[in-house]
Design a protein around this ligand. Structure first.
Ligand code: ADP
Ligand code: MG
Length: 680
């Protein structure tokens, strides 16, 4: 039997059953083998009648003490009852419409029974139990797989089919014996067998670990392979950093009001190094909120421009695009760097849009600061040399690729403010090199974070007022825009503060439903310190940089994920003043308090995202679902990080040892899975 054969070859599966299996996405023998149990029934412990849990299933052992009797209740219902006894008490056996049980169960004999436990009239009952004789107990004893079903297929159909193939199929372990020994791995064929029919939990766990390892191996190897291929095939665009370019970079850097941190310099060196070696840049720059990634993007855009290529930076929000646009404009104009910079966000009319597009495609614009509209099909570049995505976690891998495809092998830089645990970055950005900014600029004071309930509201307002008197500014962030029963809305808070405690303070409101011009104006006034308190929604979540703001008050903090709260908090603490973040919540549940505590205790983005991953799971982690890679059936990034690391070690070992045979075998499996995904 071959793993790629159709399941129609399995005894007991005809065309009708085949269709049912197909509904479960099972077409081949391998699909069937990889239809892993969703859970297992534990039938390894015999329970006593006096210790069973009502409502759950149990395995009991008993001697039949009353002969089974069949009673007809209605025309279509008869009941067979008997009583059995174990050392702790008696239990009643009940079967519906199964009169032949009368002849199967013999008075005075011992049996095992497995079924759901109930109690009526004080009597413990076991309903429709499966049963087995004491010396023939295989079909009832052990760890039993339970599968996802579809109407018309039973657990038994699936169990039987798998049982049939698992012993007869050839499974080729792509890792050879040497590797299996070297990394002390469980044998693959055994793993497939034991994930379905384990004899112990230990066996089950080792089997599962081996199969998880395979899932990781396939994606990790594919990533490494893509990366190598990219290196081999693409002629890197030549960006020269000659003396002239260097002088201009130095002038730019010297014009800054600060000195670059060592970390920033190191990352720049890594980027320069790629260019010097004619390696196409393919780099994720990750650094915590406020670590100073923007300036690195600006420097790279300058290099791109000086080399005569167009560069684009894509950001997730209009506000952020405008901020970057202004920042770059002002830096460049002070230094008399002549670059035509386009801001591509929402356009006033389709006419202005087309005008802009034509200037981009004809090369009149050198640098383009854009939101995701730039990936639309009709946007073309003359000679795109550098693609930067800022706040990459807001985009999918697909969007990144779409933008990259607008040039011929442009250099690619991906910036992510939310630090990603290594395991996630390996699985999401495995095709990228990674540079990390791991220190914040000097002089930053850690943000003080407090989690309080709403009885503190007025005290916090008073505190904000004091900070404003010292010249500072504050954000008050709300989970919803408009009045809403459960949540504090921006509109409500704004109205009440404007009339109340902040009636003499300049306060304003900013959210997604406000039109662009208004938004822009409000943001400008906030940048210029003419607005002191900004009531807002998560429109300010990413990138916004107003170093004079020192307070972030977050309403209904329980509504936000940890990584998101860390981002929001990152809007303050961007200057040299002491900053504060207040998490307001009346939710006392343990999970909420535990999450809030992580933030109160730590400002380390890596730690926080690691905890976020553990507490929440990677399900919707930074667009993980949009990554467009074969899904994991067993692997779960929040739980199996150590296995991922092992997989990574093995992949490195394979690639270093130059064993093409294994490499191709694994890639083959991966590509097959990719194909299936695009088919589904
Ligand atoms: P992020 O990494 O979150 O994108 P930004 O690039 O917005 O961070 O930088 C945050 C703030 O820190 C900005 O005001 C920026 O001008 C400032 N900054 C950047 N680098 C340094 C540095 N080396 N020293 C001091 N301040 C810096
Ligand atoms: Mg940023």
């Amino acid at each position: 039997m071959d793993v790629n054969d159709s399941i129609i070859h399995i005894k007991g599966i005809g065309t009708a059953k085949e269709k049912l299996f197909n509904i479960l996405n099972i077409f081949t023998i391998m699909d069937l083998i990889e239809h892993y149990p969703i859970t297992y029934e534990d039938r390894t412990q015999i329970q006593l009648t006096n210790e069973v849990v009502l409502g759950s299933k149990a395995l009991l052992k008993g001697k039949i003490i009353t002969s089974p009797e069949v009673r007809k209740i209605r025309n279509n219902l008869n009941i067979t009852k008997a009583i059995a006894q174990d050392e702790s008490g008696q239990f009643q056996l009940i079967w519906y419409n199964t009169p032949y049980m009368k002849n199967s169960i013999v008075l005075g004999e011992f049996y095992y029974f497995y079924g759901k436990i109930n109690r009526t009239h004080g009597q413990i009952q076991i309903e429709m139990p499966e049963y087995a004789e004491i010396n023939n107990n295989k079909k009832i004893f052990g760890i039993f797989p339970k599968y996802k079903l579809t109407k018309g297929l039973s657990q038994n159909d699936i169990r039987k089919s798998i049982n049939q193939v698992i012993n007869n199929v050839d499974i080729d372990d792509y890792l050879n014996n040497d590797l299996v020994k070297k990394f002390e791995l469980y044998e693959l064929k055994q793993a497939y067998k034991h994930i379905h029919f384990p004899e112990s939990y230990r066996q089950l766990n080792t089997a599962r670990d081996r199969l998880i390892l395979n899932e990781f191996l396939e994606t990790q190897l594919a990533f490494k392979y893509m990366k190598n291929e990219k290196l081999k095939n693409s002629n890197a665009l030549r960006f020269s950093i000659n003396r002239e370019v260097m002088t201009k970079i130095d002038r730019l850097v010297n014009s800054l009001p600060f000195e670059l941190t060592l970390s920033q310099k190191n990352v720049l060196d890594e980027l320069y190094e790629d260019l010097r070696n004619d390696i196409p840049i393919n780099r994720l720059i990750q650094g915590d909120v406020g670590s100073g990634k923007t300036i690195l993007a600006v420097i790279m855009l300058l290099i791109c421009h000086l080399n005569g290529y167009q560069g684009v930076i894509m950001v997730p929000t209009e506000i952020l695009a405008e901020q970057h646009y202004k920042y770059i404009e002002s830096l460049f104009s002070r230094l008399e760097i002549k670059a035509n910079i386009a801001l591509m966000t929402k356009f006033k009319s389709s006419k202005t849009r087309l005008e802009t597009l034509s200037k981009v495609s004809s090369g009149k614009y050198d640098l383009i600061i854009a939101t995701h509209g730039v990936i639309q099909r009709d946007v073309e570049f003359l000679n795109l040399g550098l693609v930067i995505t800022d706040e990459q976690h807001r985009f999918g891998v697909k969007q990144r690729k779409q933008l990259t495809n607008k040039g011929k092998n442009p250099h690619v830089i991906v910036m992510s403010a939310t630090p990603i645990p290594r395991t996630i970055s390996l699985s999401l950005y495995g095709d990228l090199d990674i540079s990390t900014i791991n220190v914040l600029p000097a002089g930053r004071k850690p943000i003080q974070t407090y989690c309080v309930n709403t009885t503190y509201r007025n005290r916090i307002y008073k505190f904000i007022d004091e900070e404003i008197n010292k010249g500072r500014q504050a954000y008050i962030l709300c989970p919803s825009i408009e009045i809403n029963e459960k949540l504090n809305s921006a509109v409500e808070i704004y109205e009440s503060l404007k009339k109340g405690i902040f009636k003499d303070v300049s306060i304003d409101i900013l959210h997604g439903k406000i039109n662009n011009e208004e938004k822009e104006k409000t943001m400008r006034l906030f940048y210029e310190n003419k607005i002191k308190v900004l009531i807002c929604t998560t429109v300010v979540e990413v990138g916004i940089n107003v170093p004079n703001a020192t307070i972030m008050l977050i309403e209904n903090a329980e509504r936000f994920g940890l990584a998101q709260l860390h981002q929001l908090r990152g809007r303050v603490g961007r200057g040299n003043e002491q900053s504060y973040c207040m998490l307001l919540t009346d939710n006392k549940s343990n999970t909420v308090q535990e999450r809030m505590n992580v933030l109160v205790q730590s400002t380390d983005g890596f730690y926080i995202s690691q905890r976020d991953l553990e507490l929440r799971g990677p399900g919707d982690y930074f667009g993980f679902n949009q990554h467009g890679l074969p899904g994991f059936k067993l692997a779960d990034l929040s739980k199996h990080q150590d296995i991922l690391l092992t997989a990574n070690n093995i992949v490195e070992y394979i690639m270093e040892s130059g064993n093409k045979d294994i490499e191709f075998k694994i890639l083959d499996v991966f590509n097959n899975k990719l194909k299936q995904i695009s088919m589904n």
